[in-house]
Design a protein around this ligand. Structure first.
Ligand code: 87F
Length: 524
């Protein structure tokens, strides 16, 4: 994946401060300057020219990530954590409505427990990190760090579930997990430690489990579409791509047009009874017979934030959807030589107060050691959805200027309409980000009915929708035939929303009768 390696930007480069007032931008009804003064804040790489380095610069200069001295590990700064917490508040409230309870299991796993479910762990074993020492002495038994918590939790499900009245058992935990990946680490997208929630539920019947899989998947869709303004496809994973320990895997799949790669956004698995067999999780049903439970597991992680940066970010930096931005609007005073600076500052504070009272997340940047122009660039880099400028002319006319981050449009609005206008504008920004992202995603979708069409589309970084025979060997073959420097193509999902498949349609790869439409592409 040469296009997005872990390209650490020069983190020691200090941002140059612009000296003196009145930088670029020009608010307060003053004349717009033609050329923006160099603020030293700009990114050096362009999204369309060097996506990998652009991404690293954006997450670092946007103050979301700091690189760390262990490869694949990143510091999540407050600008990131605030986004995570907003999504967490939504998801946590929704799962509580579903009667799912939070809990916390230990970070450490004994080898005996980890290796209990061999099939599940086998393929993942190289990624498991181990603690082998305490101080200078070797531990008698090394201890693994959880890469996921099936084997940690299920022995206790076995203990806690006795009769049908103990079901359903529905637990979730918000935690970190460690997977010692070796391929190109990328902030948020592929890191060795990440934050997620993992849900683990147990039911008496498959019907209940099936229903929950889709309810959770719908919450994941909402996180992407309603919060992050990213269109996703809901669907089912192929046998090759499903979680090997489970029965079937559903996912939401996003797409990054710049790189032409799919991203598995979140997964909701029905585990069937595989783990119940391994961990002996049985219960006495209503008829007094011994029966095996049905299980699900599901997760979304901080990867969501990386997808948001990749999809919405631009050459000026981050672009945050208002619903997840910790600062939805920033108020910037634009003082002018002889103007009454105090009156402008007071108007800024009053603006913050009114908007905060109306339930919006708003801050003023009243620092006197930075020019307005520098502040504009700074908050653009950090992706704040809306800038509110107040200068002497605005005071005079009882108005403020709104400048949108998503499309750079500017409009003066009467102060009396402040709350209404700002609320409406934020909603429009949220909607516009989704619409633009969807338009780009849809423009990237390419139907491919033959192998030649498929490879051509793959070369053009498309998200490929192809009729498929749904055979594992054929997917293996597609992988082998597309293997190259930048990674092989694989199936992403078979969308639940299936286009019509006319009788006699053949598989793009095998020429056998096609069973379904499936999305294919390279992926993260
Ligand atoms: C890496 C090392 C060890 C993924 C791993 O998706 C084990 C694993 O089991 C592993 N990487 N997985 C699959 C995780 C499946 C499942 N776990 C609960 C989820 C949702 C949350």
């Amino acid at each position: 994946m040469a296009d997005i390696a872990d390209k650490k930007p020069n983190v020691n480069a200090k941002v140059k401060k612009a000296k003196g007032g009145g930088g670029g931008g020009g608010g307060g009804g003053g004349k717009k300057k033609e050329v923006k003064k160099e603020t030293g804040l700009g990114l050096t790489k362009k999204k369309d020219e060097n996506f990998g380095e652009w991404y690293s610069e954006v997450v670092v200069h946007g103050e979301m990530i700091e690189y760390y001295d262990i490869s694949g590990c990143y510091i999540l700064r407050p600008w990131t954590m605030a986004i995570w917490e907003i999504m967490q508040a939504f998801f946590d409230a929704e799962i509580k409505k579903m009667k799912i309870k939070n809990c916390y299991f230990p970070l450490f796993v004994s080898p005996a427990v980890l290796e209990k479910e061999k099939d599940h762990i086998e393929g993942f074993a190289p990624e498991v990190a181990w603690v082998t020492k305490s101080g200078k002495s070797e531990l008698e038994v090394p201890i693994a760090i959880r890469p996921t918590s099936e084997t940690v939790m299920y022995p206790y499900y076995s203990k806690w579930i006795r009769g049908h009245r103990d079901l359903p058992l529905k637990l979730n935990q918000w935690c970190n997990v460690v997977r010692w990946e070796f391929s190109n680490p990328t902030p948020f997208i592929r890191s060795r430690e990440f934050l997620w929630q993992e849900g683990h539920t147990a039911f008496a019947t498959k019907e209940e489990a099936d229903k929950e899989v889709l309810e959770i998947l719908e919450l994941y869709r909402r996180i992407y579409e309603e919060f992050l303004a990213i269109p996703v496809v809901k669907g089912k994973k192929s046998e090759n791509e499903k979680f090997a320990g489970g029965l079937y895997t559903t996912s939401v799949e996003a797409f990054v047009p710049n790189t032409g790669r799919g991203v598995q956004g979140a997964t909701s698995h029905c585990l069937g009874q595989n783990f119940a067999k391994m961990f002996d999780i049985t219960f006495e049903n209503e008829k007094g017979e011994k029966a095996m439970i049905w299980q699900n597991s599901w997760a979304y992680s901080t990867r969501t934030i990386g997808v948001m940066v990749m999809v919405h970010g631009d050459d000026k930096g981050l672009v945050l959807p208002p619903k997840v931005a910790s600062v939805q609007a920033v108020v910037i005073p634009v003082p002018f030589k002889d103007a009454d600076t105090q009156a402008i500052f007071d108007a800024c504070l009053k603006t913050v107060e009114e908007l905060t009272e109306a339930g919006l997340r708003v801050e003023a940047d009243l620092r006197d050691n930075y020019s307005p122009g520098w502040k504009y660039s700074h908050w653009e880099l950090k992706g704040v959805p809306l800038r509110i400028e107040i200068g002497p002319k605005d005071l005079e006319k009882k108005q403020v200027r709104l400048a949108r981050r998503d499309n750079s449009s500017k409009v003066d609005i009467p102060m009396v309409d402040l709350v209404k206008e700002v609320k409406e504008t934020l909603e429009k920004i949220q909607q516009n980000l989704f619409d633009v992202a969807k338009q780009k995603r849809d423009a990237s979708i390419q139907l491919a009915k033959t192998w030649d069409e498929f490879t051509a589309a793959l070369g053009e970084k498309k998200l490929i929708l192809a009729p498929w025979c749904d055979e594992q060997a054929v997917e293996e073959d597609v992988k082998a035939r597309t293997k190259g420097e930048i990674g092989a193509a694989k199936s992403l999902c078979s969308p639940f929303d299936q286009p019509e498949l006319p009788e006699g349609t053949l598989c793009f790869a095998s020429g056998k009768p096609a069973k379904k439409w499936t999305y294919w592409g390279r992926s993260y």
